[in-house]
Design a protein around this ligand. Structure first.
Ligand SMILES: Cc1ncc(COP(=O)(O)O)c(C=O)c1O
Length: 386
């Protein structure tokens, strides 16, 4: 039995998505910017996909810019606003310590080019305090970027409250909703944000396609020079099969969301309660009150998380020690460290992220094999306690 519990890294492509993409690869080869029949067919399919993606996040289709994924959407939002607002003298940017590298490293790059950046602290549950944001805001703050749901611990930030604070000082607000879109209701307007990034491969769509939602009227400097695609916002021949796949995935996610969220939350809670009861000296990282339904991050005292990951993989269970982008390094998770957890704890934590294929039987199997594996690893371990 192989059990995939790493859906925050990526999800398998839904069969309906694969079918639609296969048909698009065969039949819709036209360049969506071409005037003739072939181009029109491709453009009509992209327009349908744009509407489905917009519907998933409560937006207008014209506000959706297709990108190559979440990383590009985050880069575009932050760099695009920073450059567009440079002339106004607003050269301060704010983010928080648990963001994905797509945001944190964009901030670092802009800091090197002269922008002033502030990285907000988090409480021990992994939540940004509205007061911390209020204190950090200045009259030259151009943009605040705080993620909606975190990829490692699943916590959901109080975005609507944070956007109100940013708005009061005239700053724009970007949220990375890559880990929330498709899992929980996301309504860009209700959140009060100006920009929002999503990625298809996190909700059973293909890799290499995502979208940035930019509220009508928000000025963004394009960062690719080229043609006039995507209303002059993102140059490059449109990825027709990708957009179609993302559109089908968005429609499927919207229609399955409430049932799947309830089912996954019950499975996640079963896993969490089962592991905490069966394995001594374990703890959940991050606030359990406000989380996406599919994620739990558990620390196993006196265990090297990488060893546990490998031992579980040998048993056919795929989990992760944090974000896939930084795995392979033995650096403790920057997310857990930003929440104030010790290096030990940040290095003994495993993320379980559930999804469509998971069943109660699989969860019970994982709970049943963990105690033996952990006891064995602890008996070999030289790792200290928290
Ligand atoms: C929160 C978050 N933002 C951005 C990304 C990057 O998205 P993509 O893989 O589509 O570039 C990820 C992917 O892991 C993510 O989890």
């Amino acid at each position: 039995m192989r059990i995939y519990l790493d859906h925050n890294a990526t999800t398998p492509v839904d069969p309906a998505v694969a079918d639609a993409m296969m048909r698009a690869l065969q039949d819709l080869f036209g360049n969506a910017s071409s005037v003739h029949y072939y181009g029109q067919q491709a453009k009509a399919a992209i327009d349908d996909a744009r509407s489905a993606v917009a519907a998933l996040i409560g937006a207008e289709p014209s506000e959706i810019v297709f990108t190559s994924g979440g990383t590009e959407a985050d880069n575009f939002a932050i760099r695009g606003v920073a450059e567009a607002l440079e002339v106004t003298g607003r050269r301060h940017l704010i983010t928080c310590g648990i963001e994905h590298e797509a945001v944190l490293n964009t901030f670092k790059a802009l800091a090197k080019r002269g922008w002033r950046t502030t990285v907000l602290p988090l409480d021990s549950g992994g939540i940004v305090s509205p007061n911390a944001l209020r204190d950090a805001m200045t009259d030259d703050t151009a943009l605040v970027s705080v993620m909606h749901a975190n990829n490692e611990i699943g916590t959901i930030q109080p975005i609507a409250e944070l956007t109100a604070i940013a708005k009061a000082r005239g700053a724009l607000f970007h949220t990375d909703a890559v880990q929330s879109a498709g899992k929980i209701p996301v309504n860009a307007r209700a959140l009060g944000v100006d920009l929002l990034a999503i990625s298809a491969h996190k909700f059973y769509g293909p890799k290499g396609i995502g979208a940035l939602w930019a509220k009508r009227g928000v000025r963004l400097s394009p960062f690719l020079a080229g043609g006039k695609q995507e209303r002059n916002r993102r140059a490059g021949t449109e990825n027709v099969p990708g957009a179609i796949g993302m559109g089908v995935a968005a429609a499927q996610a919207a229609s399955k969301m409430s049932g799947e969220a309830t089912r996954l939350a019950a499975l996640r809670d079963r896993l969490e309660t089962g592991v905490l009861a069966a394995v001594p000296n374990t703890d959940v990282n991050g606030s359990r009150a406000s989380r996406v339904p599919n994620t739990t991050n558990i620390s196993f005292e006196r265990i090297e998380a990488e060893s546990l990951l490998i031992a579980l993989d040998l048993e056919g269970v795929a989990v992760s020690t944090g974000s896939a982008c930084s795995s392979g390094t033995l650096e403790p998770s920057h997310v857990l460290k930003a929440m104030g957890l010790s290096s030990h704890r940040a290095q003994n934590s495993i993320r379980f992220s559930l999804g469509a294929s998971n069943t109660e039987q699989q969860i019970d199997h994982v709970i049943s094999i963990l105690p033996k594996i952990v006891t064995k690893l602890r008996s070999l371990s030289t790792v200290g306690t928290r």
